[in-house]
Design a protein around this ligand. Structure first.
Ligand SMILES: NC(=O)c1ccc[n+]([C@@H]2O[C@H](COP(=O)([O-])OP(=O)(O)OC[C@H]3O[C@@H](n4cnc5c(N)ncnc54)[C@H](O)[C@@H]3O)[C@@H](O)[C@H]2O)c1
Length: 383
């Protein structure tokens, strides 16, 4: 086995996503397994360079994980010709400028969503990356979740017949930060810092709906701020200027209608933090992060509406679990592996900066729809 090193500058690794999902669960996990087997007698060995603003945090992290390289100087790292890939999981508002610099330096790009804070910015990035001839990718982790992979398997197997509708319910209670600390960063609740649930979640809904059911053709949304005041990481009160809940309706190519509630101000009365119910002429399914349950038309009960009587049957028990029938790896890691193979072997890859721009487009149109009280067509994007 020959070993090829790929050097990855990772910016934003002190953050929630950067540390847990991208560094520990993906890149370091690949190292623990001896690198990525490329299947051609060689292994790809990822060598992270931790990038960030706080020297002491980076040094401590590097020591904790036995990582040799870290830096607080983005320009110097980008100027180093031995660095192959620039990865970005910084706060959203910091991403666009850093990506532009990395593209100009000729690095391949992999980054978190949303890729930019405006559609113009997101498209500009996609165009620059294409012109530079580099490889580029955007995280679309939900596609690799076990529950949604099982849902995809049902779709591919023709289980649903004609798909009529998709009902998504996403969210949980994010504490305000006064009497219990908030479990999400405060910038998420400030529009001026790139926050807001529409900017955060509509990019996910775009690629999920697009890949599983059909491209989003129209969007109509109502975004709101249910909790107007929160307390930040230092216990200081601040005004929540960004939306913390959004109620969206999406028409899809192929005729299905999707309706997705996204909220950080909802208490969970579901089995998982996100669940999608899909109804088709031949069967229905409810898929979450890990689980998926189905009800075939042949096993569909015939309830009769009668409020004078207690419910005569337990509807939730009438669904059948879909077995795993496979080992599902961590979704972030699976996508990292595919991206690294795309870089190393030129394997096909479709989750690029143009795909990322579609997510930003849907978020932008969703917010506009809410502000203007209108439904919008979602034009197809081209470079
Ligand atoms: N794919 C997903 O499921 C998913 C989930 C959550 C967040 N995200 C995305 O990941 C990115 C990071 O989110 P997070 O929840 O990890 O955020 P976080 O606040 O935990 O981390 C942000 C990181 O950016 C750095 N940073 C750079 N410039 C900064 C600045 N000016 N102010 C504050 N921090 C700065 C921080 O040091 C930190 O490393 C966001 O773009 C978000 O949309 C994706």
């Amino acid at each position: 086995m020959t070993r090829r090193t790929v050097r990855i500058a990772m910016n934003g690794v002190t953050g929630r996503m950067g540390y847990r999902q991208h560094l520990v669960r993906s890149v370091l996990s690949l190292r623990e397994q001896g690198g990525l087997d490329l299947g051609d007698g060689s292994t790809l060995w990822p060598e992270p360079i931790l990038l960030g603003r706080r020297e002491h945090a980076l040094r401590a992290m590097a020591e904790r994980h036995g990582i040799e390289h870290w830096s607080t100087d983005l320009d110097t790292v980008l100027a180093d010709p031995s660095v192959d890939i620039y990865f970005d999981s910084q706060v959203t508002a910091a991403r666009e400028d850093a990506l532009k610099a990395a593209i100009a330096a000729g690095k391949h790009i992999y980054c978190e969503k949303p890729t930019a804070t405006s559609l113009d910015g997101a498209l500009d990035l996609a165009r620059r990356a294409t012109a530079a001839g580099i490889k580029h990718g955007v995280v679309q982790d939900k596609l690799f979740l076990p529950g949604l992979l099982k849902l995809k398997r049902l779709i591919d197997g023709g289980f649903f017949g004609r798909i009529l509708s998709v009902r998504g319910e996403f969210g949980y209670w994010v504490f305000e930060g006064d009497w219990q600390s908030a479990q999400r960063p405060s910038w998420n609740y400030r529009a001026e810092d790139g926050g807001g649930i529409v900017a955060d979640m509509f990019p996910h809904w775009e690629y999920l709906l697009h890949e599983l059911f059909g491209r989003v053709r129209t969007v109509q949304a109502l975004a709101t701020t249910h909790i107007p005041q929160r307390w930040d990481e230092k216990g200081k009160p601040y005004d929540a200027t960004a939306d913390d809940a959004a109620y969206g309706v999406f028409e899809l190519d192929g005729g299905a209608v999707a309706q997705i509630n996204s909220s950080w101000a909802v208490r969970v009365n579901r089995d998982e933090l996100v669940e999608f119910q899909v109804d088709g002429t031949h069967g229905s399914a409810v898929a979450g992060l890990r689980e998926c349950r189905v009800q075939h038309r042949s096993a569909t009960p015939k309830p009769v509406w009668n409020p004078d009587l207690p419910a005569g049957e337990s509807f939730r028990e009438q669904w059948q679990p879909v077995p795993d029938n496979a080992d599902f790896g961590n979704g972030f890691k699976v996508q990292w592996e595919l991206f690294l193979r795309h870089v190393a072997l030129d394997e096909p890859w479709r989750w690029d900066l143009l795909a990322g721009a579609r997510g930003v487009q849907l978020a932008e149109l969703g917010l506009r729809s809410s502000a203007e009280g209108r439904r919008f067509e979602v034009p197809e994007l081209t470079l």
